[in-house]
Write a protein that binds this ligand. Structure first.
Ligand SMILES: [Fe+2]
Ligand SMILES: [Fe+2]
Length: 184
């Protein structure tokens, strides 16, 4: 699938969980956080590019599952969780630019520093790009409506992420997020 087709696809499905706007906002915030965490602009562009694709595995899941408003069964939750592996396989089997970073971010963006993420990886074993995108993705997801819950305020979302700084999220990128909040 070419980028333009991917963009069209995302505009078409526009689900509560995975939509084009979420992908764009997460990419934008990832860039901002990277720059303010002292990454080079070249690295920041690559991180942002990978962030845009982070949930691409969801395009391989049925929209009715992604849009479900009732609580998910264990099986359904497992299917949703599989979007990381689906995204990784999709990217790995393509000849996309920035493929390795996109694939890593797709696979690892739900990992958390203390090992409580999907695959149970922890600390610096999680690649830097995925640690960065995890902060941007979580903040964006919390501050926008999802199919199963309403958005929380920017202050509430930041407080929760800050509370988990160093435990779930990389402190370096949480600090960059605090700069983002303060200059809004
Ligand atoms: Fe995700
Ligand atoms: Fe996401």
């Amino acid at each position: 699938m070419k980028l333009i087709e991917y963009e069209q696809y995302m505009k078409d499905i526009t689900t509560g969980i995975f939509d084009y706007e979420h992908a764009k906002r997460t990419a934008h915030l990832t860039y901002w956080l990277a720059i303010h965490a002292d990454c080079t602009s070249r690295a920041a562009v690559n991180y942002a590019d990978a962030a845009f694709w982070h949930d691409c595995g969801k395009m391989l899941l049925p929209p009715e599952l992604l849009n479900k408003t009732e609580p998910l069964t264990e099986e359904e939750f497992g299917k949703i969780q599989s979007h990381t592996g689906l995204g990784f396989d999709y990217i790995e089997n393509s000849n996309m630019p920035n493929r390795n970073m996109r694939a890593d971010v797709a696979l690892f963006h739900h990992e958390r520093l203390n090992g409580s993420g999907y695959l149970g990886m922890n600390g610096k074993a999680i690649c830097r790009a995925a640690r960065l995108v995890a902060v941007a993705d979580t903040f964006d997801a919390m501050t926008h409506d999802r199919s199963y819950r309403k958005a929380v305020s920017v202050d509430q979302a930041f407080a929760e992420i800050k509370n988990n700084s160093g435990r779930l999220f990389d402190e370096k990128y949480v600090d960059a997020l605090s700069k983002y909040i303060n200059c809004k």
